[in-house]
Design a protein around this ligand. Structure first.
Ligand code: RIB
Length: 302
């Protein structure tokens, strides 16, 4: 299995359970408040490690984030490339409504303090045969992509959260692009799943594209291919969808790095993310590979 480097965000998540998302001008009380480790980067590193991947996380926190480093380390992530010299750890304010859906505000904090020297140092020991996994929550994204590509790493980029700046990134250098319908729609300008896949395959012919589409399951297109592989959903109670996408990404990439074919990677990632939505929290909801492989969930198809 190749080594996997995740240059990614680390957040403290403040999660509020609410009856409905707060509306403009409204003040509401939450039913409960919990503090969880989070950040798409941390969640994906934990998912990669729980899926059996050999993963190094590179990122930055403030002195208030030392607990986040310990959580990654305890999950089996190598944290030599995480430092605590940032101004303040990034945080997220997350509302989870009665249907388990979420909406999130991020304050980037130290995640936006990754300078070029930090990135060069993180990439120093990695090269051909290694994977780099990215999300859009840290500073200097184009620099990271260009530098990693020059070093010959395989780049997997989860285009989350989507912002207009993503269209200016050198996405053609990525080997795997992972999107949901909003991110895929944003980058392709198309709105249904097959059209998003068609357009992304045209725009980025050397990248495989993975699209997660909620109730419609997950889809995969190999580089330049027109055939879509699909995998449907499982019957689970939806408790909290936070980090479902991160769990999917971690298990998919770990499976690919382990040499599994895309259809099997889709299946494993779909089961793992279904388990994650049936639990509260972000990285705390991520299952292990053993739990995932022995889960006996009812398959509902796409
Ligand atoms: O994908 C879920 C994550 O998004 C949360 O953990 C939050 O920190 C934000 O980064």
């Amino acid at each position: 299995m190749g080594n996997i480097l995740d240059i990614g965000s680390i957040n403290i998540d403040y999660v509020y359970e609410v009856e409905h998302f707060v509306r403009p001008g409204e003040t509401i009380s939450s039913r409960s408040m919990s503090v969880f480790p989070g950040g798409k980067g941390l969640n994906q590193s934990v998912a990669l490690a729980r899926a059996g991947g050999r993963v190094w996380h590179a990122g930055r926190v403030g002195r208030d984030g030392l607990g986040m480093i310990k959580i990654m380390k305890d999950a089996g992530v190598n944290v030599e490339l995480v430092d605590s010299s940032g101004s303040a750890t990034g945080h997220a304010i997350i509302q989870v409504n009665a249907s388990g859906e979420n909406c999130i505000i991020i304050h980037p904090g130290a995640n936006f303090e990754l300078e070029r020297d930090f990135i060069d140092n993180a990439l120093r020991s990695f090269g051909e045969g290694d994977f780099l996994i990215l999300q859009n929550e840290v500073s200097n994204m184009p620099y990271i992509i260009n530098a990693a590509s020059r070093k010959g790493l395989s780049i997997a980029f989860n285009l989350a959260p989507f912002g207009p700046e993503i269209k200016e990134y050198p996405l053609g250098l990525a080997d795997i692009l992972l999107v949901n319908e909003i991110e895929g729609g944003g980058v392709s300008g198309r709105h249904n799943t097959e059209e998003i896949l068609d357009e992304m395959t045209k725009l980025f012919p050397s990248a495989a594209v993975v699209l997660t589409a909620g109730r419609d399951g997950a889809m995969y297109r190999g580089p330049g291919e027109t055939r879509t592989l699909s995998h449907g959903i499982y019957d689970v109670p939806v408790v909290d969808t936070t980090a479902a996408g991160d769990t999917f990404t971690g298990f998919f990439i770990s499976s690919v790095a382990d040499g599994k074919p895309p259809a099997e990677a889709l299946r494993i990632a779909s089961i793992a993310s279904s388990i994650a939505v049936s639990r509260k929290g972000a990285s705390s909801s991520v299952p292990t590979l053993a739990e995932t492989l022995k889960a006996n969930l009812k398959y509902l198809g796409a």
